[in-house]
Design a protein around this ligand. Structure first.
Ligand code: IPM
Ligand code: MG
Length: 453
């Protein structure tokens, strides 16, 4: 039994987390995940309700939970607030309070989305790199910092600081991850200019001695930025400081074509983690059913893998996402290849449906999915959206003459699988097993109902 704090945050955070919850519900109902959910506030939404972007209640809840799932924070309406009240402070505060020093930001190119990248396919195809970013120190947190008047003008300053132990622990994180991958770590710094980076490099070399099976290289951050767009596949694990990691991880994410696909994990020394999509709160598209929920859904997978020791279920989530992409479903941000464009909600429904197929692969041509709306029970729903698995989305209203009459479902159990039956004009119920494969006959759809969600 695990306990997870759900923090949707601001902007698209609300709607993308709602889709991830569909996946968690599915795993709770059908796979004995046993995940208990606690809901909390963070960011601008928290400020509006409580006057603080990180209310004490949220911190207390975080300390009682095994992990956090976070949507995103930030929005135009909070930009004018004083620094300590801004939504980003909620996020930075959680990182600091929970000591989430190790930020894992994978950049994986899904083969189905190779054409979504702005880089040539041969440069990015097969890309799978991991940025390990130090998250609770460096110039983000160093003291002194501020803006003051010096010599009659305003003067702004921050301090890039790292202690030896802070570098050492992020080094160990990176090497341990590399051991499970291609066993190469590239440490990114600016040791030609900054003393703090000179120390960074020295300590990385010391840490490397504990991992003789892993190869360590060093790169200056300006060159690393260039190499990321020139030949990104040369990298396996990149380890770097807070600020450099912030910049390089956005760059790496874009190599994959959509930042909307990438999850992240922020871990402390005990394996407690905060999981969130790499992208931000995107206030410009919030509430319009346009956001891509897959990065958040994949963040749940990372949580199961890195904090909750449920690797098999994590694999199932990854397979479900692959299945949806294989089927050609795309949110608008990844729609460059002409697949069927669906909204945030439908993408969440599709991800949930895809769990019924294991191993992953095409869904087959004889199945129908029903998505219920406006009713708590399957029988009481007011409207069903129909997805024939082999064709485009069709919508039909219940009560519409063309809509098939759902009289009874068989074999629900816990699986959600079943068949629908149709009452013929003579009032007789046909044998559900005798329906022919999905097709259109007299304007009606019929076939095997694989899932109602
Ligand atoms: C990120 C974000 C944050 C950061 C902001 C929102 C404070 O850009 O997680 O990369 O700079 O760390
Ligand atoms: Mg960033």
């Amino acid at each position: 039994m695990s306990k997870v704090l759900i923090l949707p945050g601001d902007g698209i955070g609300q709607e993308i987390v709602a889709q991830a919850l569909k996946v968690i519900d599915h795993l709770n109902e059908n796979e004995n995940l046993g995940m208990e959910l606690v809901h909390g506030l963070v960011g601008g939404t928290a400020y509006d309700e409580t006057g603080s972007p990180l209310p004490q209640a949220t911190l207390d809840a975080a300390r009682e939970c095994d992990s956090i799932l976070l949507g995103a924070v930030g929005g135009y309406q909070w930009e004018a607030l004083e620094r300590d009240l801004r939504p980003e402070r909620g996020l930075l505060g959680l990182r600091a309070e929970m000591d989430l020093f190790s930020n894992l930001r994978p950049a994986i190119l899904y083969p189905q989305l190779a054409s979504a990248s702005t880089l040539k396919e041969e440069i990015v195809s097969g890309l799978d790199l991991m940025i390990v970013r130090e998250l609770v120190s460096g110039i983000y947190f160093g003291q002194p910092r501020g803006i003051e008047i010096r010599n009659g003008e305003r003067f702004g300053f921050n301090s890039a600081t790292y202690s030896e132990s802070e570098i050492r622990r992020i080094g160990h994180s990176a090497f341990k991850i590399a051991q499970k991958r291609d066993k190469r770590v590239c440490s990114v710094d600016k040791a030609n200019v900054l003393e703090v980076c000179e120390l960074w490099r020295e300590v990385m070399i010391e840490v490397a001695k504990d991992y003789p099976d892993v190869e360590l290289s060093h790169m200056y951050v300006d060159n690393a930025a260039m190499q990321l767009v020139k030949a990104p596949k040369q990298f396996d694990v990149m380890v770097t400081s807070n600020l450099f990691g912030d910049v390089l991880s956005d760059c790496a994410a874009m190599l994959t074509g959509s930042i909307g696909m990438l999850p992240s994990a922020s871990l402390n020394k005990d394996g407690f983690g905060m999981y969130e999509p790499i992208h931000g709160s995107a206030p410009d598209i919030a509430g319009q059913d346009l956001a891509n929920p897959l990065a958040t859904i994949l963040s749940v997978s990372m949580m199961l893998r890195y904090s909750l020791n449920q690797v098999a279920l994590a694999d199932k989530i990854d397979n479900a996402v692959n299945t949806v992409l294989d089927q050609g479903y795309r949110t608008q941000d990844i729609a460059s290849d002409g697949g069927s464009v669906v909204g945030t909600n439908q993408m969440g429904d599709l991800a949930r449906v895809s769990f019924f197929f294991n191993p992953c692969g095409p869904l087959g041509g004889q199945n129908i999915f029903l998505f219920r709306e406006g009713g708590a029970s399957r029988e009481g729903a007011k409207n069903y959206r129909i997805f024939p698995s082999d064709g485009p989305l069709k919508e039909k209203k219940k009560g519409n003459a063309n809509f098939f009459t759902i009289k009874r479902f068989l074999h629900w159990g816990n699986t959600g699988l079943g068949f629908f039956m149709k009452r013929g004009p003579n009032g007789k119920v046909s044998n559900p097993y005798e329906f022919p494969p999905v097709g259109s006959q007299g304007g009606e759809y019929y076939g095997k109902v694989m899932a109602v969600v």
